[in-house]
Ligand binder design. Structure first.
Ligand SMILES: *Cc1c(COP(=O)(O)O)cnc(C)c1O
Length: 301
């Protein structure tokens, strides 16, 4: 955001991480930077917002929490040659599963807090760019503004990253086992996981990712807030928490947690309904995870 100047415009995915939405609309917008939130899978919608002031496209794929898939290459092709940075928040995929720079993006952002550090015990981020000049500008901004991580967080990140590949393999295996279990459960209305063949982004995900990850969401047949909260209270292995990407499985309720600051109409437009539950599937034994969900779902319908 510090690369931008007053008057610049950003086209961002409408299906955005809650913290990014809050940062853009409640902090950065006050500095005269304009944000357009659109469905980035709709090329006509992008064209409609593109103009000479457009400086950046901000996208996420898979998105949080409905796991929508955006075709990174298709977005890049739409704006190439126009001096517009394409930035991808790659936190959900991790670099093990997806490499946006290879698909033509200019900027990749990771919350290292999540999969890369992997143990839910630090807060840190990284921005990766292709152009050395842009890297220098960002390093200058970082040094000037003070977004510098502490040595203990750096140590923990370096310790965690050594097992990224092993952890991601297990997250993906467990993600599949849990998604397939939930998809077959009578109390579950819908499962959002890009590895399922009926997922609308499955074909693109298969092409731009190496596997489908351990993040998934599901909606209950009885689509009420109380139902979701009761289910979460019954879970014994899945801990109730907002974060994701750690070795331990987490469960969360976007409507009352991560997406509380997104207006109801806006969140429902992107599929975040009252009973939507998000899982960060960890690296525990898949059978234990399924057994926990099975007992928690009993009585949910
Ligand atoms: C958690 C998260 C962030 C922010 O990361 P922090 O390290 O918690 O500040 C950004 N984007 C996505 C998609 C996230 O899940």
């Amino acid at each position: 955001m510090r690369l931008l100047r007053p008057g610049d415009e950003v086209i961002a995915t409408h299906d955005l991480y809650g913290g990014a939405y809050r940062l853009f609309t409640q902090v950065v917008a006050a500095y005269g930077i304009h944000f357009h939130f659109v469905d980035l899978s709709d090329s006509a919608a992008i064209r409609q917002k593109l103009n000479a002031r457009t400086r950046m496209i901000w996208m996420e794929t898979p998105t949080n929490p409905t796991l929508k898939i955006l075709d990174i290459r298709a977005v890049v092709e739409q704006v190439c040659g126009q001096h517009i940075w394409v930035a991808v928040d790659n936190t959900f995929a991790s670099p093990y599963l997806q490499n946006p720079l290879e698909l033509g993006a200019d900027i990749v952002m990771h919350a290292l807090t999540k999969y890369i550090a992997g143990h839910s015990d630090l807060l840190m981020g990284a921005v990766i760019v292709r152009d050395p000049e842009l890297a220098e500008r960002l390093a200058f901004i970082q040094n000037t503004c003070g977004a510098i991580p502490g040595p203990q967080d750096c140590f923990l990140t370096l310790r965690g990253i050594k097992t990224l590949a092993l952890r991601m393999q297990r997250h993906c295996e467990n993600g599949r086992a849990v998604a397939e279990f939930l998809a077959a459960h009578p109390a579950v209305q819908h499962v959002y996981w890009p590895g399922l063949e009926d997922h609308p982004g499955h074909v693109v995900a298969k092409a731009q990712m190496r596997d489908f990850g351990g993040m998934l969401s599901f909606r209950l047949v009885d689509d009420r807030v109380e139902r979701a909260l009761a289910l979460m209270r019954r879970c014994r292995l899945f801990a109730l928490a907002e974060s994701l990407g750690g070795v331990e499985s987490l469960i969360g309720h976007p409507v009352t947690m991560t997406h509380g600051s997104i207006p109801k109409a806006a969140r429902e437009a992107v599929g975040i309904t009252d009973s939507l539950i998000r899982l960060s599937v960890g690296i525990e034994d898949a059978e234990d995870l399924i057994a926990d969900l099975e007992q928690a779902l009993a009585g949910a319908h």
